[in-house]
Design a protein. Structure first.
Lengths: 134, 220
């Protein structure tokens, strides 16, 4: 599977490493080359400086042949914009998007972008943990 | 009309001012507290501090009853999301987004924004018009049809001077609409109209055949 990941933060770099080990073809984009220090030393994929909301950068990252796109920058709006470009302009079949804002997650899910909110997931997990230990 | 403006920068502030003068009900949503205070001080209580991309903020300001929603922050992605939230969550009939990167124009259209205004393109076009040797000037885009109206000036030593319109190799889909000659009335060109030096030609064309039209009219 060819995967394009936007945002080489803690989650992005880790996901890139995991997919790379399993033999997937991974390209990771970030606007800051310094972020690539987070990638594992034996990372075999491609790390590319570029903005995921820019069509040209996405083309360079091979979005036209990609099977999946994951948006993981710190900006919710950047993530949903890039995800929509991947889905509606480049017709990538699997697009996953992170938004911290749960309400935006709800909206973009109804608009057909598979969106996850770490805020909701983590809060829920903590709640369950607390209740389990009572 | 009730109009919501996202972003209280220079564009947002002057837009609010102009629309207030026209008698509309205006609300500006701005992230920065100092800027919010400034706008309220200048224009009255028409500015609220908040994130215009957040459903909670937009609910608070009554987006559900807005007739128009205009996002003019400096960030394209913020303007896109604000307009999409307004459109899909609150069913605002008309959304307008400012875009800085001209490349985003088609993307925003595809993603359902009603109107986009590219500040970069507008500035470029106005400057282009002021360059006297600029061969082709954009006058108007007919966006839904993929057509544009342009002006081409015939320079004094052009190889097409003295040729009739029917002898020009005009690209397909391009039509000469009007010829303006100095001091005279504008003429509607026919097949037998002969080109003269300094003619100003107003033509309808497509962005793709712009270059071919320029060559056909001015020679290579």
């Amino acid at each position: 599977m060819k995967v394009v990941i936007m945002g080489c933060g803690r989650v992005g770099s880790r996901l890139a490493g995991l997919l790379d080990i399993e033999g997937h073809d991974v390209t990771i984009l970030d606007t800051d080359a310094y972020s690539f220090r987070r990638l594992p030393p034996d990372f075999g994929g491609t790390a590319l400086v570029g903005n995921g909301t820019d069509e040209e950068s996405l083309k360079k990252a091979g979005i036209e042949e990609a099977d999946a796109f994951v948006a993981l920058t710190q900006g919710d709006n950047r993530n949903v914009m890039a995800s929509q470009i991947a889905k509606h302009i480049f017709n990538v079949s699997k697009v996953l998007c992170r938004t911290y804002d749960p309400l935006r997650r709800e909206l973009y899910n109804t608009l057909g972008i598979e969106t996850f909110s770490p805020t909701t997931i983590f809060a829920q997990m903590l709640k369950e943990k607390l209740e389990a230990e009572e | 009309m009730y109009i919501i403006i996202i972003g209280g920068g220079k564009v947002g502030y002057y837009l609010a001012k102009a629309l207030l003068d026209e008698g509309h009900e205006i609300l500006v949503v701005e992230k920065d507290p100092d800027r919010t205070e400034f706008i309220c001080g200048e224009l009255g209580s028409v500015c609220v501090r908040g994130d215009g991309c957040e459903v909670a903020t937009l609910t608070e300001v009554g987006t559900g009853r807005a007739d128009m929603f205009i996002a003019v922050t400096g960030d394209d992605e913020d303007n896109l999301v604000a307009c999409q939230v307004a459109k899909h969550k609150f069913n605002v009939p008309r959304t307008i987004a400012r875009i800085s990167n001209p490349k985003n124009e088609t993307i925003f259209k595809t993603l359902g924004i009603d109107v986009t205004v590219s500040s970069t393109n507008i500035i470029l076009e106005h400057i282009e018009e002021e360059v006297p040797t600029h061969p082709i000037t954009h006058l108007l885009d007919i966006k839904d049809k993929g057509l544009e109206i342009v002006e081409v000036k015939i320079p004094p030593h052009s190889t097409t001077i003295g040729k009739a319109v029917k002898g020009l190799k005009l690209p397909k889909g391009s039509v000469l609409a009007l010829i303006i000659r100095s001091q005279k009335k504008p003429i509607v060109p026919t097949a037998s109209t002969v080109l003269q030096a300094e003619d100003q030609i107003i033509a309808v064309t497509t962005p793709e055949s712009e270059e071919a039209l320029r060559t056909a009219l001015r020679g290579s």
